[in-house]
Design a protein around this ligand. Structure first.
Ligand SMILES: Nc1ncnc2c1ncn2[C@@H]1O[C@H](COP(=O)(O)OP(=O)(O)OP(=O)(O)O)[C@@H](O)[C@H]1O
Length: 329
């Protein structure tokens, strides 16, 4: 059944979630791509999915969008929901000349005035007649964002919106997304390419590793000298660090491989100290970690990082910091 046919959320309550996944999972070819995903995005809210390559971020976003139907659990969307989507990959023949103006109107009927207005909002109006294949990484992302907002969406789904963008450009794009959220009043479901750095404006970070490992609210800016040196002082206003570690991996058959190589049926509430090699970003945010899969992982803990870790949810991903290598072009 098409997920769009599932019972829709009431459109009456403006604060009702725009989209909600409940213990949602997708299996394909006898293997779970992701499972046990709980998430909701309300108007004006920014939810960011992080996790290593192949951890199920895009799959979860596609369930939220209705592109993929959950094999288990539920995906619900507000009735009549309008979605603007920036996909991770574009299927466009880049050998053909294609202006930004034509590209914007390829799949949706838009007037020149609408195209110009959307491009203006993303700071790319001057690119209207430029060829898409000649755009820089940052320019392309602004054009993709303009294409997504041109339909006046209730929900923006952004799959790695800063790919191909350098650090200073990344900060500018994050600030733009934050501003668009405020101006349009839309919800934002974003996939971040970086495991450690997320927008400060993010209301909730959900970390996936084939399941929801942890979730929380980044509310502090890193004061780490290395961070400030790398990103510049202005970065502190736009980016926060969300610290998390993983020391178990969920296998395709549902079992769990632990850091010591042993395999068990579930992760049995495994919350270890942090035997990791990340730089120690200072963080004073309170984060809410909630496992959302299987028995034994149904713990909800609130951590106040100012007051030490009563529990440190330390999970080691099979891959560490993720830098997306996929070129949108
Ligand atoms: N259509 C599909 N059919 C079968 N397997 C798929 C399909 N799409 C994705 N997968 C697999 O599902 C898993 C999750 O993929 P997904 O694209 O959701 O991960 P991701 O976290 O977005 O990764 P990345 O950071 O690399 O984009 C991966 O192992 C991937 O190979």
């Amino acid at each position: 059944m098409n997920a769009m046919e599932k019972p829709a959320l009431s459109g009456q309550d403006r604060q009702a979630p725009l989209v909600r996944l409940e213990r949602a999972g997708v299996s394909s070819g006898g293997r779970w791509l992701v499972r046990g995903v709980d998430l909701s995005v309300s108007p004006g809210e920014i939810v960011t999915l992080i996790g290593p390559n192949g951890s199920g971020k895009s799959t979860s976003a596609k369930m939220a969008l209705g592109i993929l139907t959950p094999s288990e659990g539920k995906a619900e969307r507000k009735r009549g929901l309008k979605v603007g989507y920036v996909p991770q990959k574009l299927l466009v023949d880049w050998t053909l000349p294609l202006t930004v103006r034509r590209f914007m109107a390829l799949t949706v009927k838009l007037s020149d005035a609408q195209i110009h207005a959307a491009l203006e909002r993303t700071g790319a109006a001057h690119l209207m007649r430029a060829e898409v294949r000649h755009l820089s990484g940052g320019e392309l992302q602004r054009v993709l964002l303009a294409r997504a907002i041109a339909v006046s969406p209730d929900l923006l789904v952004l799959d790695e919106p800063v790919q191909g963008v350098d650090y200073s450009g990344e900060i500018a794009i994050y600030e733009l997304i934050s501003r668009l959220r405020t101006e349009l009043g839309c919800g934002v479901l974003m996939i971040s390419h970086d495991l450690h750095v997320v927008m400060a404006a993010t209301d909730q970070v959900i970390c996936l590793n084939g399941h929801v490992c942890c979730r929380g609210t980044p509310s502090a800016v890193s004061q780490s000298p290395a961070f400030l040196q790398l990103f510049g002082h202005r970065a502190g206003a736009g980016i926060a660090v969300y610290q998390h570690h993983h020391d178990h991996v969920h296998l395709p058959d549902g079992r769990v491989r632990h850091a010591d190589g042993t395999v068990s049926e579930d992760c049995a509430g495994e919350h270890c100290e942090a035997p990791h090699g990340h730089e120690d970003h200072s963080h004073d945010h309170a984060s809410h970690h909630a496992h959302a899969h299987g028995e034994g992982c149904g713990h909800d803990h609130v951590h106040d990082h100012n007051h030490g870790h009563a529990h440190d949810h330390s999970h080691t991903h099979s891959g560490e910091a993720v830098k997306e290598t996929t070129d949108a072009r």
